[in-house]
Design a protein around this ligand. Sequence first.
Ligand SMILES: [Zn+2]
Length: 262
Amino acid sequence: MIPYIILAAAFLVALYFIFRKPKAKQPVDAATVASDRQLLLEHVAYYQKLEPDARLKFEALLQDFLSYVRIEGVGLTPDPLDRLLVACSAIIPVFGFGHWKYQNLSSVVLYPDTFNQEFQFEGGERNILGMVGTGYMNGQMVLSHSALLQGFSVSAGKENTAIHEFVHLLDKSDGATDGIPENLMPHQYIIPWVKMIHQEISKIEHGHSDINPYAVTNEAEFFAVVSEYFFEKPDQFKEKHPELYQILAETFLQDPVKKEVL
Ligand SMILES: [Zn+2]
């Protein structure tokens, strides 16, 4: 027979797990909120264009993202602006989804500048600006710090490396980084989308497109490159590529030209 003392102890342990308070989130103090807002207003055009209600929602999503993803640096210490810009790059593509958790990400590591396949950022051939980790690097994203800042500068044009990498993560969320985000894109668009990718790649190859030629690498790079353009220069993208714009708007559930969440 089980001694009563063990039963009583088991009962108390059960009570503890049933009634314990959920772990409180780190409160963000008012001064930090105010200085974060100032940084967002100064550096993030996407945030500047949001209505007041949407800004609050955006801020809450940034904090939520930063509560489960660590922002680290190799050869540098990330400052508050770096942390915010990484979080903005994560939230901009998913802002139309209400709430999206990046299941496949635990940390973003900032390198001072470009790096190579061995993650060296000094000497030799280095041309990588950002990368989503695979294998032993699974769950990590590596970003060039200078590319992160450049993506949010006024001279960024249609490029934003960090948004590009987060779009790869969204693409990967259905199990394959293949340029076809099956769990996000409305099903009826998938076949037209693949057709459009190949038509546009051919135009780029013949010098008849203003899309960054890196997009011809493969379908996954095409999706990430046109998504950067979609979020960075939506008016220009819609005017030059109305069909691609329409599909991306219905995939990301956002119409950045009308500044609307769909
Ligand atoms: Zn890429």
